[in-house]
Every structure is written in structure tokens, then in C-alpha cells.
Design a protein. Structure first.
Length: 131
């Protein structure tokens, strides 16, 4: 692509802004339709919101829960992007492709694990108060 076409392509406009939102929503939709881990994430998000409403958690507890859920979603989507990019580049089994996919998966796993721990810190005291 020529330098002029690149500059024209990157021009700020309302249409470009709307397209970026559209493409982001398409990526989110793809992830939830095709990635099992994102379906699980959606279930956990709904569960966290329900528990938060039931227990009337504080503003700061909501903030921590929402931040952890968003981080998990972002890392899962990045993992999906890494997997798609690796699959685009090569269909053969290659040690570097495995490393890329495994590290993306590990990042998603670690962020999910931390979100579960945060959820336990927030909700277990409320659950204990019930008994």
C-alpha cells in the first residue's frame, strides 16, 4: 500500500469510528459463538452479577469484580486472535506455533484463575454470613 493510501486509510472520521465499533462487536460475537472458554466466561459473568445483586456488594467490590471480568474477556479475545494468526500462518505442527498457542492459552488460564480467586475473596464472606 502506498504512503498516500495509508494516510487516507488512517484519516479520522465518524464513519471510521463506527466501523471500528462494528468490527469490535463482530470480534466479540465471533468469540462468544466459537470459543468454549468465552461461553464459560459469559456464564461466570452472569453468576457474578447475580451474586453481586443478591449480596448488595459495595462499590469497590463491584469495581474489582468488573475489572477482573473485563481482563479475563480481553485476554481470552487476545488468545483467540493469537490462535487465528498462528493458524493463518501455518497449518503444520511447528514447535514455535505450539509455544505461541500454549502461551496464549496460559495467559487466559492465569487471568481466569485470578478472577476466580478475586470472586472468592469478594463472595465467600457474604456466603459465610448466611450460615
Amino acid at each position: 500500500m502506498s504512503l498516500k493510501k495509508q494516510k487516507d486509510h488512517k484519516k479520522m472520521s465518524f464513519k471510521r469510528f463506527l466501523n471500528s465499533i462494528k468490527y469490535s462487536l463482530e470480534g466479540l460475537s465471533y468469540g462468544y459463538r466459537n470459543e468454549q472458554s468465552l461461553i464459560l466466561h459469559g456464564f461466570c459473568t452472569i453468576l457474578a452479577v447475580i451474586l453481586g445483586l443478591i449480596f448488595h456488594i459495595t462499590f469497590w467490590e463491584w469495581a474489582v469484580i468488573i475489572i477482573s471480568l473485563v481482563i479475563v474477556l480481553a485476554v481470552e479475545l487476545l488468545n483467540t486472535a493469537i490462535e487465528a494468526t498462528v493458524d493463518l500462518i501455518t497449518k503444520e505442527i511447528h514447535p514455535l506455533a505450539k509455544i505461541a498457542k500454549d502461551c496464549g492459552s496460559a495467559a487466559a488460564f492465569v487471568s481466569s484463575l485470578v478472577a476466580v480467586i478475586i470472586g472468592l475473596f469478594v463472595f465467600v464472606p457474604y456466603i459465610i454470613k448466611l450460615f
